[in-house]
Design a protein around this ligand. Structure first.
Ligand SMILES: Nc1ncnc2c1ncn2[C@@H]1O[C@H](COP(=O)(O)OP(=O)(O)OP(=O)(O)O)[C@@H](O)[C@H]1O
Ligand SMILES: [Mg+2]
Length: 464
């Protein structure tokens, strides 16, 4: 659910929820403070008057009712609704001023707020009631029960008007803050919206143009920087892909042109069966080259799309190399080159793929080795990896060219382009195979010697 909410909705809701919690807490605090304020006021008032009255009762003679009445009159001054009831322990009603019915009812009650005043509603009014017991005459064990009720209806009325207003104010503030918060979040997120509009407008031709960092807020700069770097990578891949596509077209065009030309020339006039046969044979060779080229490209495309899974078989590399040498013997003899092997090793992987990778390296090495010299293939079995090296004397590959020889369709002999069988996919395929097996392929070329090194792990990683 939360993942489906927009960032705007999420931040706005969070803000509204926080504002609600804070304002609710503030509302509860004010309500409690207001009630407490009135309670404290009433308590002070009642405590003061009660202390005065109790003091008088202790000092006055119980029978001098005039003096007591005068005292009660003073105490009641300014509080017209106040009720004061005094009854002695021998059930004599010393005084009952104010609402008589309430006074009598209060006398029936027990524990009417001692020491804290109690709130008693009566006939539409609210009273704060305090009760004390005071010893009047210790010698005769005479005590009195004193009840004082303060009419606080005005305070309660004020509270009953103030509290709804307070809560209404809080509810309105929550609503207003929610709306304002939503607007603030929208305006705060506007750079993000602008950014997404810019990103949505980037076309394939604009991959090389990074997004400007000028108007971007500081916290989005890292994101835009990372996005720009990704754009750069995409641009380079896109360029490589379009170069690759145009190279493919170029490579396919030449043999197709050759085919068409041969067929046109042959059909231009009547020929004997021998000539037709020769043309068909030449066409077949050209078709073979085309088929070889397309299957190489298809293999690389499958590797790219992770549709190739190497088998995990145990390969006796020495035996495999021997078979390859048998195959390449004739070609090597043609070039006047010798093939030498040293060491032995066992690898785990796809036998056919590994043989294809070695075959590409061998055919290159034979091609570039000067007449009368030898190609050396060494096998080394290390505890964690198998190392295969194909070393040949011959022309040095310049350092700036070395990283590019693994690129697809890269070949360095411009004069032979289109006329040779070599299209520049051999090393790209070898590298792809080695990497499928979780290994590495690297090349060095110094002092007239070129060396290709394959390192294969003892087990194929599961990600391959
Ligand atoms: N042993 C080597 N010595 C010198 N240069 C080499 C050697 N192996 C490869 N190269 C250079 O690397 C380039 C790429 O080699 P790669 O095997 O990919 O293509 P290719 O041999 O030209 O064509 P393909 O292998 O598709 O028939 C070659 O054209 C060549 O210039
Ligand atoms: Mg090659």
């Amino acid at each position: 659910m939360s993942a489906r909410l927009s960032l705007h909705a999420r931040v706005s809701l969070l803000f509204a929820a926080l504002a609600t919690v804070v304002l609710l807490a503030a509302g509860l605090f004010f309500e409690h403070a207001a009630k407490r304020h009135f309670l404290e006021d009433d308590r002070q008032e009642l405590d003061g008057k009660m202390a005065l009255l109790c003091q008088s009762l202790k000092t006055l003679h119980p029978e001098s009712s005039m003096a007591l009445a005068a005292q009660i009159h003073d105490i009641k001054a300014g509080h017209p609704g106040m009720v004061i009831v005094i009854r002695t322990s021998n059930w004599k009603l010393l005084s009952l001023v104010g609402n008589r019915r309430l006074g009598l009812r209060l006398l029936e009650g027990v524990e009417l707020g001692d020491p804290s005043p109690a709130l008693v509603p009566y006939a539409g009014h609210f009273y704060r009631v305090l009760e004390r017991r005071v010893t009047i005459d210790r010698a005769h064990a005479l005590s009195a029960r004193v009840i004082m009720a303060l009419d606080i209806s005005d305070d309660q009325q004020f509270l009953s008007k103030f509290l709804p207003t307070l809560w209404f104010g809080i509810a309105t503030t929550v609503l207003v803050m929610g709306v304002l918060g939503g607007l603030a979040v929208r305006s705060g997120l506007s750079p993000l919206h602008k950014l997404s509009e810019k990103v949505a407008g980037i076309s394939a031709q604009e991959l090389g143009t990074p997004l400007s960092l000028e108007d971007v807020p500081r916290d989005l700069k890292d994101l835009v920087g990372a996005f720009n770097r990704m754009l750069g990578r995409l641009d380079r891949s896109f360029q490589r892909l379009s170069e690759y596509a145009s190279d493919i077209a170029h490579e396919l065009r030449t043999p197709l042109n050759n085919l068409m030309m041969q067929i046109e020339v042959t059909l231009a006039q009547e020929r004997d069966a021998q000539e037709y046969l020769a043309t068909l044979q030449s066409n077949l060779e050209e078709c073979g080259r085309l088929s070889h080229m397309t299957s190489d490209m298809l293999f690389l495309a499958k590797v790219d799309q992770r549709m190739c899974r190497p088998k995990a078989e145990c390969i006796d590399l020495a035996a495999e190399v021997e078979r390859l040498f048998d195959f390449y013997d004739a070609l090597a003899a043609d070039h006047g080159v010798r093939l030498q092997q040293s060491g032995a090793a066992t690898a785990f992987g796809d036998g056919l793929m590994i043989s294809r990778a070695l075959s590409n390296l061998l055919s290159n090495a034979i091609r570039f080795t000067p007449k009368g010299m030898a190609v050396l293939l060494t096998l080394k079995d290390h505890p964690n990896e198998v190392r295969i090296e194909v070393i040949n004397p011959g022309p040095e590959i310049p350092a700036d060219v070395l990283p590019r020889i693994f690129d697809r369709l890269y070949h360095r002999e411009p004069d032979t382009r289109g006329n040779s069988d070599n299209i520049g996919l051999g090393l790209a395929i070898t590298k792809a195979i080695v990497e499928l097996h979780g290994g590495t392929l690297c090349a060095t070329s110094t002092k007239g010697e070129t060396r290709f090194t394959i390192s294969l792990p003892k087990a194929i990683p599961s990600s391959s």
